[in-house]
Design a protein around this ligand. Structure first.
Ligand code: ZN
Ligand code: ZN
Ligand code: ZN
Length: 367
């Protein structure tokens, strides 16, 4: 889909949910529709899309060139510092006809701006932009899948480099390993890490949200590596648990086998029409049967697109049927507090008859 087709699809959805316009703040939703985004900021910068009118930007004058360079949207209305941007919002409201109508505001718009909209348009009803954007972003088109595949390849290649460290990794700190990963991701064509790189050694691997610290890897330590990189705006996200040298803790091999089997079972459960929660159950059943159910302390996966965490969530209670083009992680884990953790994660894309993994690097634990 081109950006223009995305806007047209957004307009169709506005019509079907009976909303008059969507107003986006700098965010991945803005990026998805226009090609432009930036860090959220204190200045008024919005993208308006009406049912038939727009898209149009209201933006600070200093952003004029930036938006015209990054975005295909030609209607860019600017104000200078010191001018009142609210006048431009009122003009947009009149043209798009949403006074007294229903407007969907960016889910991530700062409260100070939603307050401006409420004050300016007291008869307008407000909702969230995700009502129309989320269903659109759920199924990835070919250009998005191409970027996700390349991001996955870069992560796989970096993970191969990590394994190649072998016994040289013993004595390195987690922070040094994370730095190594960051350099290798860049060397393989990644633009920037998808999120703070996780390198959790020994007992730190048992904390699913541990990032990296000063602990030095010791011989026999299992080390959980969870990282990804962005390519053309789209992130990868993969996890491997490796032992660089020496003998791992007694229970480790059993736990690694269980997690690997759970991950495989969950991937095999993926096909169109299957509810998201069935994929979670496929992984959870294997781990529970092995007696580690209480140590699998998180959902099995999350959708991945412009955001590293987005719909669909692979979690009990989500009965949303999977559809071709959805992309999400499959990442069961078992965490033995004070000892070690094991997690294995690949991204998958739902195909017409199953799924395709976006990560292929070795899933075994020996470096
Ligand atoms: Zn760091
Ligand atoms: Zn991850
Ligand atoms: Zn993940």
């Amino acid at each position: 889909m081109t950006d223009r087709e995305r806007v047209a699809a957004c307009q169709d959805r506005l019509d079907s949910v009976d909303a008059d316009a969507v107003v986006l703040f700098p965010s991945t939703d803005m990026q998805y529709l226009s090609g432009f985004t930036d860090e959220p900021m204190e200045r008024h910068l919005f993208l308006f899309v009406g049912r038939t009118d727009g898209p149009l930007f209201v933006a600070p004058e200093m952003y004029d060139n930036h938006i015209r360079h990054d975005s295909w949207v030609e209607d860019v209305r600017t104000y200078a510092d010191g001018e009142d941007p609210l006048v431009l919002l009122e003009h947009a409201a009149d043209e798009l006809g949403f006074r007294g109508g229903r407007v969907l505001l960016d889910d991530r718009m700062w409260a100070r701006f939603t307050q401006d909209f409420r004050d300016l348009f007291p008869t307008t009803e407000f909702g969230l932009a995700s009502e129309v954007l989320e269903p659109l972003r759920l199924r990835k088109d070919n250009a998005e899948l191409d970027a996700l595949r390349r991001a996955g390849e870069a992560a796989d290649a970096a993970m191969d480099d990590v394994r190649d460290l072998g016994e040289d990794a013993v004595g390195m700190t987690e922070a040094e390993l994370a730095q190594f990963v960051e350099e290798r991701l860049a060397a393989h064509g990644g633009d920037a890490p998808s999120f703070a790189i996780i390198a959790g050694s020994g007992p730190n691997g048992a904390k699913p949200h541990h990032r990296h610290g000063d602990r030095e890897v010791q011989s026999g330590d299992p080390v959980v590596f969870d990282f990804g990189t962005r390519v053309d705006g789209y992130p990868s996200d993969q996890t491997r648990t490796v032992v660089f040298d020496g003998d791992p803790p007694e229970e480790f091999e059993t736990v690694h086998d269980v997690v690997r089997e759970a991950q495989q079972a969950a991937v095999e459960a993926v096909e169109p029409g299957v509810p998201a929660e069935a994929v979670d159950a496929a992984a959870r059943d294997v781990i529970a049967d092995a007696g580690y159910g209480d140590e699998f302390v998180h959902r099995t996966g999350h959708g991945v697109g412009l955001d590293v965490h987005e719909e669909p969530y692979i979690v009990e209670g989500n009965d949303q049927p999977l559809e071709p083009g959805m992309v999400f992680s499959v990442e069961p884990g078992v965490y033995l507090e004070g000892e070690f953790g094991v997690r294995i994660e690949d991204l998958v894309v739902v195909t017409e008859d199953g799924c395709e993994r976006l990560n292929h690097t070795d899933r075994g634990w020996r470096a």
